[in-house]
Design a protein around this ligand. Structure first.
Ligand code: SF4
Length: 347
């Protein structure tokens, strides 16, 4: 049986790190076949390091899903991890890699929710009209939830504007009415490149515990799906070893255990990685600059795959900037909220 405190030794770890290590040691001890889903990102690196240290019987299996637009730096890093820890990290191909997914379903634009709503409207041949919900619902009776988004029908308790509405994105409705999209938009690329392969891994027989490097305090929708670090399941349980780590816990852990991240972090200065150049990232322009300087082949690939989405986002941003000042005097769109109720998101 592993003594966590011996592993920690005289390293000055935080309470969150000590707790996570105690629980992780117990999980690895009590499950027969734990599986770690590795991404090559910084959270995943820390999870891997911790689980590897607390796995004296080498029970853990490591897998990495290649979405089809991984940084070369990430692929190199996966090899580095194999050598550093003397483990095998099995590479899984995405069920539908990103380039194919974008061709097949459409390109991601702004956010998952926005892409999903636009995709539904496009499926019903919506004409980007500014009419009341009741009128549009009569014209497009099978498209209720997307029309509710378009017409800003969602409300929060107390009548407050909901982030489920198109009004969450400043002037997006006005922009789309004036410049309807002439390409397919969809969030489905995530489904084929990430969700399905992960589900396939999870459903593989034989694993009784699946671990992922999700943290509660990370940005993004992914961590908001979970309330704590453990979720029991039918075929296997799910565990998030570093769920309660803050940024500061991460830094302390990295220092104490000498965790090395990929060049994306150490050399290029990125603070998080994922699919290269994904248009869901509000900072995709900065990311593209890093990619062109460091991985020109990948730059050519992503600017082709996401060409329409990048262009449409740029046009939307220009539109927003040029119309922001005149918005107070503009005729309000149907279901539009006052600018004073508005909470802009960065996109
Ligand atoms: S994160 Fe972006 S590029 Fe990656 S699978 Fe999802 S939508 Fe596609």
């Amino acid at each position: 049986m592993i003594d966590v405190f011996k592993t920690i030794g005289d390293r000055p770890v935080t309470q969150a790190i000590a707790h996570a290590m105690i629980i992780t040691a117990a999980k690895i001890r009590n499950y027969k076949a734990p599986l770690l889903s590795i991404s090559g990102g910084s959270d995943s690196d820390i999870m891997l390091d911790m689980c590897w240290r607390l796995d004296p019987d080498k029970k853990v299996t490591y897998k990495f899903v290649n979405t089809g637009i991984e940084y070369e730096a990430t692929k190199r890093h996966i090899k580095f991890l194999e050598q550093k820890y003397q483990i095998e990290i099995e590479e899984m191909r995405a069920t539908v890699p990103v380039p194919l997914g974008c061709k097949k379903y459409g390109e991601p634009f702004l956010t998952k929710h926005v892409s999903e709503m636009i995709s539904r409207l496009q499926r019903h041949n919506f004409q980007w009209e500014d009419e009341p919900f009741e009128v549009l619902y009569e014209r497009y009776p099978k498209c209720k939830s997307a029309l509710r988004w378009w017409c800003n029908q969602h409300t929060n308790p107390g009548g407050k504007a909901s982030s489920m509405n198109i009004s969450k994105h400043l002037l997006l409705k006005e922009f789309m009415i004036e410049h309807p999209p002439d390409f397919h938009i969809s969030p489905m690329c995530c489904e084929g490149a990430k969700k399905r392969p992960f589900r396939a891994i999870e459903q593989e027989q034989g694993y009784d515990l699946v671990c992922v490097g999700i943290r509660k305090f990370e940005n993004g929708i992914r961590s908001q799906q979970y309330k704590n670090c453990f979720t029991p399941g039918d075929s296997h349980d799910n565990y998030r070893p570093i769920f309660w780590f803050t940024e500061s816990d991460k830094q302390i852990y990295e220092k104490c255990f000498n965790v090395i991240h990929s060049d994306c972090y150490h050399v290029w200065g990125m603070t998080r990685t994922g699919c290269a150049g994904c248009p869901f990232g509000s900072g995709f322009e900065d990311e593209l600059e890093l990619i062109i300087n460091n991985e020109p082949k990948l730059y050519n690939a992503v600017t082709k795959i996401f060409h329409n989405s990048y262009e449409y986002t740029r046009r939307y941003r220009e539109y927003k900037n040029s119309h922001k000042t005149s918005r107070n005097t503009a005729k309000p769109m149907t279901g539009q909220i006052s600018i004073f109720d508005f909470q802009e998101v960065k996109n």
